[in-house]
Design a protein around this ligand. Structure first.
Ligand code: TXA
Ligand code: MG
Length: 319
């Protein structure tokens, strides 16, 4: 990998075409939105999405926001209950993210939703971002373009300082107008939950959708609790050590295991394949009547930490 800084693209026609081309090729491109710069990748591409987690150094697979050009694209991916429709009509495109029920066959990488039955969607207003979405023609996953645990990037310079050549290119459209992330709302049958305060005020939200019925502490993700059970396969998962007779084995690096996260020991590949492999192992265990799934040690560094976090959840004792 070269040590040079990422390509800086202009928000003009060639720059936008190049950003779309990089996304199509599975690249990582920092894109301006009206809130913050996003670290963007093709939301359907497991490997590209895994690279987002790696570039940010995220300790766990938090679900990502998917950016779309219009309501027709939203309806292909998620269901839009009435309250969501009102919010969408009032505030999209803009600094609002809606958590909505994921449609079956939506085609997103499971890494984007972290396996949840819901998906966070946003129609951004920034003209350069909208131009890239149009040129690319697919769903774009993009968390804020900062290393995990650091403040968000609102200028191309911040992105380059924080992520350097971990991104392939930065589309530089100057500073972001909103400067804080989108407001995240979950409209549902039981009311309207505010999951993250952000660029759209609560007052504006309530003027359209009525009172917020539940606040989630800012920064707290509702996902982890659901994740542990969602990722628990039907049979017990055991971590490390050697596979015993009657266990389905998952290897990492050169191995004779039944399945392998990455034969070459590549953590990006392992992360991209993790959920698929767990599902496959579960099916294989059921087919064989195996008593457990044994997973080889994965180094606890880089993306390996996120992988181990998921594996520990899968292996955790169940009620
Ligand atoms: O303004 C923004 O929202 C920026 C720009 C780039 O769009 N993006 C952003 O993404 O802030 P990120 O990944 O830093 O924050 C996304 C948050 C996650 O931390 C998680 O809390 C929440 O969105 N989220 C995503 N999917 C969710 C889901 N299905 N259920 C609940 N929360 C979800
Ligand atoms: Mg963030």
């Amino acid at each position: 990998m070269s040590a040079k800084t990422p390509t800086r693209l202009e928000p003009d026609e060639p720059g936008i075409a190049e950003a779309a081309r990089l996304l199509r090729e599975g690249g990582l491109v920092a894109l301006p939105t009206e809130t913050v710069y996003g670290l963007a990748a093709d939301a359907r591409n497991d490997h590209a999405v895994a690279r987002i987690y790696e570039a940010k150094g995220r300790p766990s697979f938090n679900p990502l926001i998917v950016h779309l050009p219009d309501l027709a694209a939203v309806e292909q991916i998620a269901e839009l209950p009435g309250a969501a429709r009102d919010l969408a009509a009032a505030f999209w495109p803009g600094p609002m993210t809606l958590v909505l029920p994921l449609r079956e066959g939506a085609g997103l990488s499971p890494l984007v939703t972290a396996g949840l039955p819901t998906v966070a969607l946003r129609l951004p207003a920034h003209p350069a971002m909208r131009a890239v979405l149009d040129a690319f023609g697919g769903p774009v996953a993009a968390p804020s373009a900062n290393p995990s645990g650091r403040i968000s990037a609102t200028r191309a310079e911040h992105v380059i300082a924080g992520l350097g050549n971990r991104v392939d290119a930065v589309l530089d459209a100057g500073p972001c107008a909103v400067g804080v992330e989108s407001t995240i709302l979950a409209p549902g049958e039981t009311g309207l939950r505010l999951l993250r305060e952000g660029g759209l005020t609560r007052e504006d939200v309530e003027a359209v959708a009525g009172p917020v019925t539940e606040d989630v502490t800012p920064g707290k993700v509702e996902a982890p609790g659901q994740l542990s059970s969602h990722y628990a396969p039907g049979v017990p998962v055991r971590l490390g050590g050697n596979a015993e007779a009657g266990e389905v084995s998952i290897g990492f690096g050169p191995s004779t295991a039944d399945l392998n996260l990455s034969a070459t020991g590549d953590l990006v590949e392992a992360a991209a394949r993790l959920f698929d492999i767990l599902h496959e192992a579960d099916a294989l265990a059921t087919a064989r009547g195996a008593g457990a799934i044994r997973v080889a040690d994965v180094p606890d560094e880089g993306l390996g930490r996120a992988i181990n976090d998921r594996l520990r959840r899968a292996a955790a004792p169940r009620d």
